[in-house]
Design a protein around this ligand. Structure first.
Ligand SMILES: CC(=O)SCCNC(=O)CCNC(=O)[C@H](O)C(C)(C)COP(=O)(O)OP(=O)(O)OC[C@H]1O[C@@H](n2cnc3c(N)ncnc32)[C@H](O)[C@@H]1OP(=O)(O)O
Ligand SMILES: O=C([O-])CC(=O)C(=O)O
Length: 475
């Protein structure tokens, strides 16, 4: 009989959470008044046209969502509260020259650059949440995760794990008990969101151990360390009693794997609101579903090969290509293989984008990581092939003349870097993406509830109506 998990956390621990929550409380009145002003005085201002092309073309380009944390330019790529990736590296507190995802959380939620102490308060917050749970997943979640078929896709496991965590949602419980209202929904949404993010090292550690070691733990949480370090430990990628160092990496390599993880987790957090994982979280969240269920929906979207799953598809593509061509210096053979794929009506994974029209700056950040470590990557033919493809594929896609953006996106590089350090289970890569992506959409969900945004419900039209409209608007 399933022993019910005692609701260990009806809210996040108060001591260190107060810094972030207090800062948020300070800025809520002004932000709410800005929204009220827009709603009251400018609701009829027109900012975009909706065309038949956008209705049947995936709503591409429609400016129709409120999203505060990040903005995306087709040319310059992502900006986090107005800061480019390079500016984030300069201004946000971090380790070894790489900003911490914790400092990004402060930035996205409050709009201001955190001090070192403020960043540290989030590290403490996550560790207090985990300590309160004895550094273990809630018992009911653990029980279900232990029963999942070992062959189940890791993204499905992640989605199930998040849905199980929903059993402990304080938002859902307070709503059910009639104890919260529109004015304060945001407060328990904040608590649940922090609990969700804090639990991800445990959850993804569980999933990884399910696929590589029959569920036997590969590491443990160190309550004095940051979120990314603990994620690495739970994947067996640290030493010092925290983790088994499963690939016998040198200290320098382990350190660099932690650097890679911090970089990766920091730059994948958000990509404005329209991408599928963010939009799905926002859509489901607009029904007042709790943050766990809302983000599980985002994860289900991220699990599609045109979105986050491209990370796994790129690595599969690179490995097979390297086997097929034998000589990575033979451009002609590589180009022929790419044409073969295109001619069979398949996409080149890791290339193209719905918004970007230049190489993705996140891809460039990953490439820089490689370039800064020439010795480490000198003999890695997969990495060399990844670099080579980024020069060859764009001109081929341009020649084919179909796609609007022939350049590499973030997924073109990330998986093969994890592969280099010994995370070889391709199906797992998108789970790491899913850890990072929790941050942007959940922070927006907190703001959705601060603003009291309504349920999202666009109007649909049938084909007959579109045909009728097409004629009436032309004549
Ligand atoms: C984190 C992320 O989600 S980043 C994106 C990860 N996804 C991938 O890398 C998968 C490969 N890329 C793609 O499938 C697409 O470029 C997407 C899904 C990212 C964007 O899709 P769209 O906005 O529809 O792209 P676009 O307007 O350029 O598409 C026009 C045509 O080019 C094709 N095209 C786009 N990208 C590629 C590609 N990488 N390889 C081959 N053909 C492509 C499209 O399939 C479409 O063909 P169609 O007219 O026969 O339907
Ligand atoms: O913006 C998009 O549509 C896809 C993407 O790169 C992301 O979500 O990171």
């Amino acid at each position: 009989m399933l022993k019910r998990f005692n609701r260990l956390y009806s809210s996040v621990p108060s001591s260190s959470s107060s810094a972030l929550k207090d800062k948020l409380k300070e800025i809520i009145p002004l932000q709410r008044s800005k929204l009220t002003n827009l709603k009251k005085n400018y609701s009829n201002v027109k900012i975009d046209d909706i065309t038949i092309g956008s209705i049947i073309g995936g709503m591409r380009g429609n400016q129709s969502m409120l999203w505060d944390g990040t903005t995306l330019s087709a040319i310059d790529g992502i900006k986090f509260k107005g800061l480019t990736i390079k500016q984030c590296q300069t201004f946000l507190p971090g380790k070894n020259g790489i900003f911490l995802p914790e400092s990004m959380i402060w930035l996205l939620l409050t709009g201001s650059i955190p001090t070192k102490n403020e960043t540290q308060s989030i590290i403490l917050l996550f560790n207090e949440i985990l300590q309160k749970q004895n550094n273990c997943l809630p018992e009911d979640v653990d029980l279900i995760m232990n029963k999942l078929p070992l062959t189940m896709h890791p993204m499905t496991q992640l989605s199930i794990g998040l849905e199980c965590l929903s059993n402990n949602s304080s938002f859902a419980k307070l709503y059910r008990d009639g104890k919260i209202n529109k004015k304060n929904y945001w407060d328990s949404t904040f608590d649940d969101s922090m609990i969700l993010i804090a639990n991800l090292p445990l959850l993804i550690g569980k999933i990884y151990s399910n696929i590589i070691s029959n569920g036997k733990p590969l590491g443990k949480i160190n309550n004095s360390m940051d979120w990314s370090y603990n994620i690495c430990s739970m994947l067996g990628m640290n030493s010092n009693n925290d983790s088994i160092n499963k690939n016998n990496l040198s200290n320098e390599q382990l350190n660099d794997f932690n650097n890679l993880m911090r970089l990766y987790l920091g730059i994948h957090v958000d990509h404005e609101g329209g991408n599928v994982s963010a939009h799905a979280t926002h859509l489901v969240g607009s029904t007042l579903a709790d943050p766990f269920l809302s983000y599980a929906s985002g994860i289900n979207g991220l699990a599609g090969p045109l979105h986050g799953l491209a990370a796994q598809e790129v690595v599969r593509f690179l490995i097979n290509l390297e086997k097929d061509i034998k000589d990575i210096n033979n451009n002609e053979i590589i180009e022929n293989k790419i044409w073969e794929l295109l001619n069979s009506n398949k996409v080149i994974p890791g290339y193209g984008h719905a918004v970007l029209r230049k190489p993705d700056p996140r891809f460039n950040a990953m490439l820089e990581f490689v370039e800064q470590r020439p010795k480490e990557f000198l003999n890695d033919s997969h990495i060399q092939l990844m670099q080579k493809l980024s020069n060859l594929v764009p001109s081929i896609l341009l020649k084919q003349g179909k796609c609007n953006n022939p350049y590499p996106n973030v997924d073109a590089a990330s998986g093969i870097l994890f592969y280099h350090y010994g995370i070889k289970e391709l199906l797992f890569f998108t789970v790491i993406f899913g850890c990072s992506r929790s941050i942007g959409p959940l922070i927006q969900l907190i703001w959705d509830r601060i603003y009291g945004l309504p349920i999202e419900r666009p109007k649909s039209l049938d084909l007959k109506t579109l045909e009728k409209l097409s004629k009436s608007r032309i004549s």
